[in-house]
Write a protein that binds this ligand. Structure first.
Ligand code: SF4
Length: 289
């Protein structure tokens, strides 16, 4: 399904009456105040925004990545590093017009892109805000920075609006995804979504040191091999592209309820990270930091 952006905005708004915007397919009427798994209404809810210098170098440049953190999530990762925002719902409800204004302010401050952090469950509010901001001069690349639990058909809806897809690939195994993120279908859905994202934007394109378009995968190495790193790298190299850009992240530390779920109560050993990254290299993937 491919729509013009204005039609997309309408389709997404209509969808809120019986929300199936993500794989949870709750079917609640968010326009009437009902809330589904993500516990989010129809208006945008954000926790913070500003230039961010901790992202991948190709997203930061001199001006920083223009990051907007959206409150809530459609996953329940027991080790979430942003649980205050995703699970405890710290944030403020704003209007679509205010969100558009934020995008323009980030551009005016010199940010090199607009980085939508956890946009999946708020996409119906984000699209009209992006359209308004683009109408008023927003020209930066737009980064869709997602936990990766996205409908495979969503990239087609967002064609022409998103320049860089940056999904997590958290797990290769269904029972692991069920236990730690309450999403047994995560591996299947995530791989299908990544396939569609890549089909739309291709491999990551970097110009003058900055990412301008394409797919950039984030993979957090978990202790005990829980993330299925090798299977994920095999999938990317063999079924997406041997040139797929991947950030293999080593910063896992126990957060939120991780202490209740050993071995998530410890950091990965250096050797575990090195084993994962050696496999990514063997597969020829393009490592990004
Ligand atoms: S976006 Fe929220 S309400 Fe809609 S299907 Fe997903 S979790 Fe349910």
């Amino acid at each position: 399904m491919k729509n013009r952006p204005t039609e997309t905005a309408k389709v997404l708004q209509d969808n809120l009456k019986h929300c199936t915007l993500c794989p949870r397919r709750c079917g609640v009427n968010r326009l009437a105040g009902q809330k589904g798994y993500c516990r989010t209404g129809a208006q945008p809810v954000i926790s913070s925004f500003g230039p961010h210098f901790g992202e991948e170098r190709v997203l930061v440049g001199h001006g920083g990545s223009g990051t907007v953190f959206f409150t809530g999530c459609n996953l329940r990762c027991v080790y979430c590093q942003n649980y205050d925002i995703s699970q405890l719902h710290q944030g403020e409800e704003i209007t679509i017009e205010a969100l558009a204004e934020i995008f323009l302010r980030l551009q005016a401050r010199g940010c090199v892109n607009i980085n939508l952090v956890t946009p999946t469950h708020q996409i119906a509010a984000i699209v009209p805000a992006l359209l308004k901001a683009k109408h008023e001069g927003l020209h930066l690349p737009i980064v869709y920075n997602t936990g990766g639990y996205d409908l495979p058909e969503m990239p087609a809806m967002l064609d022409g609006l998103i320049d860089i897809y940056m999904p997590d690939m958290k797990y290769a195994d269904s029972s692991t995804a069920a236990r730690y993120s309450d999403a047994p279908d995560y591996p299947r859905v995530n791989q299908a979504a990544v396939r569609q994202m890549h089909r739309q934007v291709g491999d990551l394109v970097i110009e003058n040191g900055l990412a301008v378009r394409g797919l950039l995968i984030r993979h957090l190495v978990l202790p005990g091999g829980l993330a299925g790193s090798e299977q994920i790298f095999d999938f990317l190299a063999e079924q997406i592209s041997p040139h797929t850009a991947v950030n293999v992240m080593d910063q896992y530390h126990p957060c939120f309820r991780a202490d209740e779920y050993p071995p998530l109560n410890r950091r990965p050993a250096k050797s575990e990270y090195e084993t994962a990254i050696a496999h990514a290299r063997r597969k020829g993937l393009r490592l990004i930091q």
